[in-house]
Design a protein around this ligand. Structure first.
Ligand code: GFB
Length: 403
């Protein structure tokens, strides 16, 4: 009896660990794992990268470790890591491929699958450290934890790397070549159970073939419910147009690059990946207030004519800076339309509401808008872009139709 008393806490611990592991269904994947830091850009960029990384993990037949979202708060030196499932459900992703939350992997499997002494960081080629003294010409390194968000990201899970691996000239397009086989033969799962990438193993903007994976990204109950409540309780009954106004100072600066580029950020979503629907032009990036009001009124009138039974009653504005609530209310009040925004800034709730609007007008260049467009495409909901097609082209095609 005494023996049992002494052993009881130990037995309890074993049972708890076994139960927790079984509960989470966490068996080791013999095909290996893939992890990466979403170290480039904010949400829109990270979401593009996520879809590519998901396709890449499937191509390599490795379980994708779902990284937390990396967020930046004003005045904070270090990024914040927000668990993947704060915003999106894990289960729907499993309809496409095997995935595991990073915390689950680190808590339940890492000791066995990825011991501390075997943690190697992958980068295409040497990545120089900002601290000169760390750069050793005889020992090139990924410096995977150098700078923000690189350090804070891996620190969140107490991950340090003992070595670097340069994978060039391999790349991530598993759709157009035998690239997946090349990765598998160079890095078999038995000797490389975890491939840990310094940045996302994916392109930006998202590769055309991977856009449709958006359908597996489904909002968590918290965001689904919050979006539904806002639409039901705050917006008037009836259809609404969701609009994205990207107009902060960072955007004004980014738009200066339009003049020397074929593409900028998410622009392939309207111009086509090979510019088959036209070249880049400034108004696609930044619109005047007058043109926004004009296009919004035109859209509302069109819907009134084409869908008289589902009349638009309101406009929901999402913006990183100027929501133009005053101007829009003045411009649209004669049409009996009210204009709304969230009482407090919430980029994720803005996205979830835009995804549910009856009509959506977004910014073609913005990857934040691109997220909404992809989600709506997956539901068959209509979307349009500011100043697209180009005013002149639009008039020409209208004249053509009238002929
Ligand atoms: O998401 P993101 O990469 O999209 O970065 P872009 C923009 C960020 O601004 C979002 C905030 O992640 C949000 O935090 N933001 C933008 C918004 N629009 C809204 C909105 O309607 N509501 C709220 N609440 N927040 C590009 C990047 O941003 O901006 C480039 O792709 C570069 O890397 C450039 O940084 C300047 O594609 O729009």
């Amino acid at each position: 009896m005494q023996w049992l008393k002494l052993k009881l806490p130990f037995i309890y611990l074993i049972c708890t660990v076994t139960w927790a592991t079984a509960w989470a269904n966490l068996e080791r994947d013999p095909n290996g794992y893939l992890t990466y830091c979403p170290c480039m850009g904010r949400f829109g960029n990270q979401a593009d990268h996520f879809l590519g990384s998901l396709a890449f993990a499937k191509g390599l037949n490795r379980t994708l470790i779902l990284p937390p979202w990396v967020e930046y708060r004003k005045g904070e030196m270090r990024s914040r890591q927000v668990p993947f499932n704060t915003y999106f459900d894990v289960e729907p992703l499993k309809d496409y491929h095997r995935v595991i939350l990073m915390s689950d992997f680190m808590w339940h499997l890492a000791d066995d699958v990825w011991p501390e002494s075997e943690r190697v960081s992958f980068c295409y080629m040497e990545r120089k450290s900002l601290q000169q003294e760390k750069n050793d010409p005889d020992q090139p390194n990924c410096h995977a934890k150098d700078g923000n968000p690189f350090g804070p990201f891996w620190d969140t899970y107490n991950i340090d790397f003992v070595k670097s691996e340069f994978y060039g000239p391999l790349h991530f397009d598993v759709h157009h070549s035998t690239m997946a086989t090349k990765w598998q033969s160079k890095y078999p799962a038995e000797s490389w159970p975890v491939l840990a990438f310094t940045g996302a193993p994916a392109s930006f903007p998202v590769q055309l073939e991977n856009r449709e994976l958006q359908k597996y990204m489904q909002w968590s109950a918290k965001y689904r419910d919050a979006a539904r409540d806002f639409i039901r309780k705050v917006l008037p009954r009836g259809a609404f147009v969701g609009i994205h106004l990207r107009n902060g100072i960072d955007w004004v600066r980014a738009c200066e690059h339009v003049k020397d580029s074929q593409h900028l950020f998410a622009s392939p979503q309207c111009l086509g990946y090979k510019n088959e629907r036209g070249a880049l032009y400034p108004e696609l990036c930044m619109q005047t207030k007058e043109s926004i009001v004009r296009q919004l009124k035109r859209t509302i009138k069109n819907v009134r004519q084409t869908q008289p039974n589902n009349e638009i009653k309101s406009v929901f504005v999402a913006s990183d800076a100027n929501h133009m609530i005053g101007e829009l209310n003045v411009a649209l009040s004669r049409m009996g339309i009210s204009v709304h925004r969230l009482p407090e800034d919430d980029p994720y709730l803005d996205l979830a509401i835009l995804g549910q609007s009856n009509h959506f007008i977004g910014n073609c260049i913005s990857s934040y808008s691109a997220f909404v467009k992809r989600e709506r495409d997956s539901h068959g909901f209509p979307s349009y872009f500011w100043s697209f097609p180009k005013e002149k082209d639009r008039q020409q095609s209208k004249a053509h139709e009238e002929l």
